[in-house]
Every structure is written in structure tokens, then in C-alpha cells.
Design a protein around this ligand. Structure first.
Ligand code: UT7
Length: 341
């Protein structure tokens, strides 16, 4: 009988730009205050990619280079590269194409996947299927957004939330039961109304009028999204635990999308998890959309242990949402024993 192949995460890379945008900086730009931002969102500062000519693909490339270097592989060994993003460098070619060129992944094919804040989870589930089927042996899944390119910095309800960044994971086949074990993904297009970009697509192509009306920025009805997010992320995470006969005690880490600290706290509470089991870096990076979950893994990699059960959870534009169960495949920063390629 053949052994079941799972998709193990075997390396992580990340990148955040150097430039910081603090709450104090925002107070000079819009009518807000540090305390409101901190208590309503948990955010203290975000990273912004200010360098002219640098885009999402450049942040992805940095993350992918680090991931390859840590794993000791050449980018030429990558079979497929998926980029979860809603801020591609351009409509086409895909950001994945550009990243492959930048890092020298000459043997890879790839594509972008747009699922807003659930972009990383959707991409991870897709990459997992490519590994489980035996079609690919090395799949890189990147989550990255340059949110500063679509934020209206005169709108205080959105400009305080978002930041730029990229995180990437490498998926490889495993026959010992490590890796992505289950995933529940959901979508509901009726939610598009509450969170979207009005123009620039085929519905309303860019024109002088759309630019003048500021329709190339994020439009969000924050309070409505908040309500859906709290329920959606908590419900799907609890459902994932139940489906796998697990309770909060079995989970080493919750790795939540970083949209608002209050949404994260509600999800952790529903799962019966104490705060020390929840990865939170929203204070330093804000909401990087597809980047949040892999950037948490990047920050916490040294604390992860082989066999840890992790739950990744997200909610975002679409609406899209979901939760993924992962059995972590290596100890600490990097386990050279995994390098048996
Ligand atoms: O990641 C993708 C999915 N997105 C999310 O999950 C975001 C979900 N939504 C949120 O995180 C929150 O709704 C926000 C952080 C966007 C807003 O927080 P809120 O607690 O829902 O605020 P609100 O919109 O209900 O506004 C409360 C008050 C209002 O004043 P009044 O009408 O009560 O006098 C706003 O005008 O806060 C005011 N306000 C601000 N005050 C200072 C709104 N933005 C600001 C601001 N600074 N930046």
C-alpha cells in the first residue's frame, strides 16, 4: 500500500520594507490619534515600501531568496510558485511570472491567486494539492501585498490599518504525517459590497473620472466587515477543530490573519486558547493582507517545534475566509535533517 503524501512546510522566508509609518506619523496626515488606533486595532506602526520602482514582486523575491537559502536549494529546483495578492505589479503578466524571473526560478510555472486577506490560505491549499497529487515536489507559496499602493492616505478609516510585506513558505512531500492536514475554505460574493476597489477592472476601467473620484483605492465599510470577520474567523476555526477531534489544548499556535487585534482575540477565545498561544505582530506590521500569516510564521519560526499543531485562520474581502490545520515539520530555526532531498 502506498504511503499518504502530505505537503510539509520545510522553509520560510519573509520581507518587510525598512520605512515605518507610525501612529504619530498618521496623526500628521489625518484626523486621528495614537490611542484610538492602538485600542481599536492593536496597530502601532506599519512598514511601507517607498522606493520608487519597487513593487509586490520585489518583496516576494526577497522572501523567496531567503527561503531557498535557508533550505539550501537553488531557485531552479522550484516546480511551481503561487503568489496570493490583490496588489499585483500589473494586471499581466502575473506577479508569479515576475518573481520567478527575479529569483532565477527558471524551471517553475506559476500564477497569482486573488482572495484578498485569505490569499495565503487559498494559495496554500492549492499548493498542497499539487504536492499531494505528486504533480510537484517543490511548491513555493507566497503571500504579499503592497497595500500602500491602493490606500487613500486622506481616509482615516482605512489608512491606519494597512501595511506592506511578503512572506513565503516552501512545500515538499512528506510521508510521516507532517504538513497541511486539513483546510476549510469559504467564500460569499454578497460580501463584495462591503470591501472592494471600485474601478480599474473590466467593470469600470480607469478613466479621468474614476481617478478624480478616488475609485482606485480600497473601499471598506469597516464596522460591517468587522462583524462578519469576528463570526467568520471564529466559526471556521472552531469547525476545523471539531472536524479533526481537537480542542484548544491540542493546539500549540493560532496563526491568525492580522486585521484587527479584537478579531484575533475573539477567535482565540472561541477556540479556548490563551494569549501566549497566539501569534500577533499587527502592532509592528499592520494588516499586510496576504502577507500576514506567513510573516507571523517568519517571526515565530525559532519557537516552532516538530509535531506542533498550528491553526492558520483568515477572513477578508470577497468575502473569503477559512482555517487550515498544519502539523509542523521541523524544530526551531532550521533542522538540517530535513535536507535529505
Ligand atoms: O483584513 C481585511 C478585512 N478587514 C477587516 O477585518 C477590518 C474590520 N474592521 C475593523 O477593523 C474596524 O471596523 C475599523 C478598525 C476599520 C474601525 O473600527 P471601529 O471600531 O469599527 O470604528 P467605527 O467605524 O465604528 O467608528 C467609530 C468611531 C466613529 O466616530 P463616531 O461616529 O462614533 O463619532 C468614527 O468616525 O471612530 C471614528 N473613527 C476614528 N477616530 C479616530 C474612525 N476612524 C478613526 C480614526 N481615528 N482613524
Amino acid at each position: 500500500m502506498s504511503q499518504k503524501i502530505t505537503a510539509a512546510i520545510t522553509s520560510i522566508g519573509g520581507y518587510v520594507p525598512e520605512d515605518k509609518l507610525t501612529n504619530a506619523d498618521l496623526m500628521k496626515m489625518v484626523d486621528t490619534n495614537e490611542e484610538w488606533i492602538r485600542t481599536r486595532t492593536g496597530i502601532e506602526e506599519r512598514r511601507i515600501q517607498k522606493t520608487r520602482g519597487k513593487a509586490t514582486s520585489d518583496m516576494c523575491a526577497e522572501a523567496v531568496r531567503e527561503l531557498c537559502q535557508k533550505r539550501g536549494i537553488s531557485p531552479e529546483e522550484i516546480d511551481c510558485l503561487i503568489v496570493g495578492t490583490v496588489t499585483p505589479d500589473m494586471f499581466f503578466p502575473s506577479t508569479a511570472n515576475l518573481v520567478c524571473d527575479k529569483v532565477g526560478a527558471k524551471n517553475a510555472w506559476g500564477f497569482d491567486l486573488a482572495a484578498a486577506c485569505s490569499g495565503f490560505l487559498y494559495s496554500l491549499t492549492t499548493g498542497t494539492a499539487l504536492i499531494e497529487s505528486g504533480r510537484c515536489r517543490k511548491v513555493v507559496v507566497v503571500g504579499s501585498d503592497k497595500m500602500s499602493s491602493i490606500v487613500d492616505y486622506s481616509d482615516r478609516t482605512t489608512c491606519i490599518i494597512f501595511g506592506d510585506g511578503a512572506g513565503a513558505v516552501l512545500l515538499e512531500p512528506n510521508t510521516e504525517g507532517f504538513g497541511v492536514l486539513d483546510s476549510i475554505l469559504r467564500s460569499d460574493g454578497t460580501g463584495a459590497h462591503y470591501l472592494h476597489m471600485k474601478a480599474g477592472g473590466s467593470l469600470k476601467p480607469a478613466s479621468f473620472e474614476t481617478v478624480a473620484a478616488k475609485q482606485h483605492f480600497i473601499y471598506q465599510e469597516g464596522q460591517a466587515v468587522f462583524k462578519f470577520a469576528v463570526k467568520g474567523m471564529a466559526d471556521v476555526s472552531a469547525e476545523l477543530l471539531e472536524k479533526n477531534n481537537l480542542s484548544g489544548e491540542d493546539i500549540a499556535w493560532l496563526v491568525p490573519h492580522q486585521a484587527n487585534k479584537r478579531i484575533i482575540d475573539a477567535t482565540a477565545k472561541r477556540m479556548g486558547l490563551s494569549h501566549d498561544k497566539v501569534m500577533i505582530n499587527i502592532d509592528r506590521y499592520g494588516n499586510t493582507t496576504s502577507g500576514t500569516i506567513p510573516l507571523c510564521l517568519w517571526d515565530w519560526e525559532n519557537q516552532l517545534k516538530k509535531g506542533d499543531n498550528l491553526v492558520f485562520a483568515a477572513f477578508g474581502g470577497g468575502f473569503t475566509w477559512g482555517a487550515t490545520l498544519v502539523k509542523w515539520a521541523y524544530d526551531g530555526h532550521y533542522d538540517s535533517q530535513l535536507a535529505h532531498r
